[in-house]
Design a protein around this ligand. Sequence first.
Ligand code: 5RP
Length: 215
Amino acid sequence: MARPLIQMALDSLDFDQTVALADQVAPYVDIFEIGTPCIKYNGVNLVKELRNRYPDKLLLVDLKTMDAGEYEAGAFYAAGADICTVLGVSGLATIGGVIKAAKKHAAEVQVDLINVPNKAECARESAKLGAQIMGVHTGLDAQAAGQTPFTDLNEVASLGLNVRVSVAGGIKPATIEQTVNAGANIIVVGAAIYGAPSPAEAAREIRELVDAAAA
Ligand SMILES: O=C(CO)[C@H](O)[C@H](O)COP(=O)(O)O
């Protein structure tokens, strides 16, 4: 089984704390995600800072774009993003705009399926349009209401689309094996790392669990 990538969700609002957390977990993760509240607060300067600091890491900017896809995402690709997210509920015109912006920078697009009623249809149409990653995502508010992403992950991963499948939503050490076995190509972890007494140690443990499950 191909080794899934680990994406660290940097969800603090504080610029310096975000950079410090990235420094701590860098040896164990493949993708830095600048989370939605963080990018809204800090903007393109944080993208530039992480790009300069980590030229070899993938950088995902979790814009969750809802409109003006090409215009909004273009600035973040220009600042160094490898991947920007666009909401599946935004519709194909907006998704297509982000894909257009990504192409100009030889970058990629992740469609976030959060709150999309028909995830299979959205994933199929977005893949046809050229999106490379489908994000199965139970957001923080839905997590607080007791939801998890696993049923949706099984559905989207079994569609057999020529895309990578990312999963986010409260993933923790106890659920890593399940996510790998379900076919996730990108495993997003936020609170289970940044909320741990030692984020570096937590990230190292996640790395070991992912690699063991994929072996
Ligand atoms: O995109 C997000 C919220 O919308 C989070 O970054 C994502 O859910 C990962 O964080 P956690 O592991 O804490 O759920």
